[in-house]
Design a protein around this ligand. Structure first.
Ligand SMILES: [Zn+2]
Length: 329
């Protein structure tokens, strides 16, 4: 042993893309690659592609394979971080009880010299990344929320991710805010995700247009109206878009207020594609959340936008590898 290994391989398995990169302990990527997931090919072929890409990004990074301390894998849940098994993620059809960590450990054994492989829920991995390298640096207690196609979350308490029994804790998007509310893809009702995800922001605009409300959004094909078009139309003062946006920030504000009451965090970090609009989202969500939380806890918290950008999947996997290695010591 010539010294501690200092680099990490991050692998990100998403429904639309597979990504990989290598970083040091500051989370800065030395190499990265993104390819289409082509999930219709199934887990076997996708894992083969992921392993090949992992080797390529290590080669491209200039880091010796023997200097890779650990590999992190960020993947949608449900999964089991104790056994390294991917259970049945909603975004990966056909991935049923896949022993991913065992498989990657074997496939990388001769290349990386037996460093550990850690599986992490994608939102928890992103929370670990914002905590280590992003908006949450130096903060002991924080909650991360990603608002994109769906809504995911991760909770860091006392500088450590909250795992739950199998690593699936903090499914904040599936807090049921309304017991008899709108149906959610998870099977429950009234979930935060079922109302305020990017998908649902667009859906509520579609529903109002279909019901005959006037809007500048009718200039678009229905499929072309996403949360971004709704946000833009709201900024321009379109009444329908303003109504949808006001509902969105109110529900998100109520959800974030509940999160503050639950965890007493120093920081709530909002990431994901819907937050790209910046102040249009964060300003009203912060105001409503702080109005609704206990005043003593509201006085101690801020609500901010995430700092790490589109590579959050890879950087999250790197953060998970680094964190898990530290936890295991
Ligand atoms: Zn749900």
């Amino acid at each position: 042993m010539t010294g501690a290994r200092r680099f990490f391989l991050g692998l990100d398995i998403g429904g639309t893309k597979l990504a990989a990169g290598v970083a040091g302990d500051d989370g800065r990527l030395l190499s990265r690659e993104v390819i289409p997931a082509r999930r219709e090919d199934g887990p076997e072929t996708m894992i083969e592609r992921l392993v090949a890409m992992g080797r390529r990004v290590v080669d491209a990074s200039g880091v010796a394979p023997s200097d890779i301390a650990a590999t992190g894998v960020s993947c949608g849940g449900p999964l089991d971080i104790r056994t390294g098994i991917v259970r049945e993620p909603t975004n990966l059809p056909g991935w049923i009880d896949v022993p991913l960590v065992a498989r990657l450990t074997t496939d990388f054994a001769d290349f990386l010299g037996g460093g550990p492989v850690y599986l992490e829920n994608d939102a928890n991995a992103a929370a670990m990344a914002e905590h280590r390298y992003g908006a949450g640096r130096g903060v002991r207690n924080l909650v991360y929320l990603t608002i994109s196609t769906g809504i995911g979350g991760g909770v860091i308490l006392d500088d450590r991710i909250v795992e739950g029994e199998s690593g699936n804790a903090a499914e904040i998007g599936h807090m049921s805010l309304c017991h008899d509310g709108w149906a959610c893809p998870c099977g429950s009702r009234g979930c935060l995700e079922a109302f305020a995800s990017g998908t649902n922001i667009a859906q509520r605009a579609h529903d109002r247009i279909a019901a005959g409300e006037a809007s500048s959004l009718t200039a678009f094909e229905t499929e072309a109206i996403t949360s971004r078009e709704v946000a833009e139309a709201a900024r321009a003062g379109d009444p329908l878009a303003c109504a949808v946006w006001d509902e969105t920030v109110t529900v998100l504000g109520a959800g974030v207020g509940s999160i503050i009451n639950l965890f007493n965090p120093r920081l709530v970090i909002l990431g994901g594609g819907v937050t790209a609009v910046g102040d249009q989202l964060i300003v009203p969500v912060r105001r409503i959340a702080l109005e609704r939380a206990f005043p003593s806890m509201a006085a101690e918290v801020d609500v901010v936008i995430a700092q790490l950008g589109a590579d959050i999947g890879i950087v999250g996997a790197v953060a998970a590898a680094q964190a898990r290695l530290e936890y295991s010591r």
